[in-house]
Design a protein around this ligand. Structure first.
Ligand code: NAP
Length: 289
């Protein structure tokens, strides 16, 4: 580091568990960039102060995590249309007059799916959860041509809100909301689903849990993504596999949302060989290598 070193970082609370430094510092090192990435724990309700302070300190870019993904939006100079539609940002890019907000979670998942050879066009997509990320996933599914989108959530009203938003933007009838107990209505019929698990259920330390246990539902899933990455094999993934489907975790989504953020900050283009190096370092930081 010297007088020319640029700084990027993560704002959130907590931030100590983050794997992002492993991703961005590996990319910076491999790309020969004079850039360092550090986590910043921001005290409650401090999202706006953090954005203003970061701009004053000439910080090049920020990732944003819980609980600031929506809170920082009023403090941005500009908002990418997709982030506006999702209502949450996870990446801020420095512009001359302030930061521009983006959401790279959705593109991160899409890039991970492309790498796994999983398409969305024409698919019946089942989304478990209706939180911030589930909403982004529903928009992803609609954008990339899903035939049908079912949003299943413990709190039905939240699923309904996401479904209404999708139907308003992409056409009536595409998305349907179900309360968690109503999944049985999906069981009759031949259709199979591409399922995306976007709840917190099954996350460390409660690794023995899945949002739904019924094998009948899992028999309807040909491919399942759990957006959770800790543990790397979740109960949801095990249930998908046990019932004949393919299952993936959220590690590649995490990797690619970071890579896309890095590309936005520096203008660099990260090829697959470099992505693989960053993936190895990220897994090492998680003690998975
Ligand atoms: P969020 O906004 O807090 O939403 C949480 C969702 O989980 C809600 O739908 C909530 O249902 C549901 N939920 C929580 N506890 C539940 C329980 N006990 N039973 C049933 N449903 C429950 O969270 P988020 O930001 O969308 O994140 C969701 C998941 O995505 C997390 O596991 C996170 O780790 C993961 N994620 C992964 C990546 C990645 O890069 N791989 C990036 C971001 C997030 P209610 O609406 O009923 O409360």
């Amino acid at each position: 580091m010297d007088g020319y070193t640029r700084t990027c970082g993560l704002i959130g609370n907590p931030v100590e568990h983050t794997m992002s430094p492993a991703i961005h510092n590996t990319l910076a090192g491999e790309l020969g960039e004079n850039l360092v990435y550090v986590p910043f724990r921001v005290p409650a309700a401090g999202g706006g102060d953090a954005v203003r302070g970061a701009f004053a300190l000439n910080i090049l870019g920020l990732n944003v995590t819980v609980p600031y993904k929506s809170e920082v939006i009023p403090f941005l100079k500009e908002l990418d249309p997709l982030a506006a539609q999702i209502g949450a940002v996870n990446t801020l890019v420095r512009e001359p007059e302030g930061y521009k907000g983006y959401n790279t979670d959705m593109h991160g998942l899409y890039r991970a799916m492309c790498g796994d050879g999983v398409g969305i066009e024409g698919e019946n997509v089942l989304i478990l959860g209706a939180g911030g990320v589930a909403r982004a996933v529903a928009i992803l599914a609609a954008r990339y041509g899903a035939a049908r989108i079912v949003i299943l959530n413990r709190t039905l009203e939240k699923a309904q809100k996401v479904a209404e938003e999708v139907n308003r933007t992409f056409g009536p009838g595409l998305a349907q909301a179900l309360g968690a107990g109503a999944y049985a209505s999906l069981l009759p019929g031949e259709e199979k689903f591409l399922a995306i698990q976007a709840t917190n259920v099954g996350m460390f330390p409660r690794t023995e849990e899945a949002v739904i246990e019924d094998p009948g539902l899992y028999r309807k899933i040909h491919t399942g993504y759990d957006l959770i990455f800790n543990p790397p094999e979740t109960r949801f993934m095990t249930l998908v596999r046990e019932n004949g489907g393919r299952a993936f975790n959220g590690l590649k989504m995490l990797l690619y949302q970071g890579i896309i953020a890095h590309e936005l900050w520096t203008g660099a283009s990260v090829d697959e060989a470099l992505a693989e190096k960053a993936f190895t370092e990220m897994k090492r930081a998680m003690h998975l290598e």
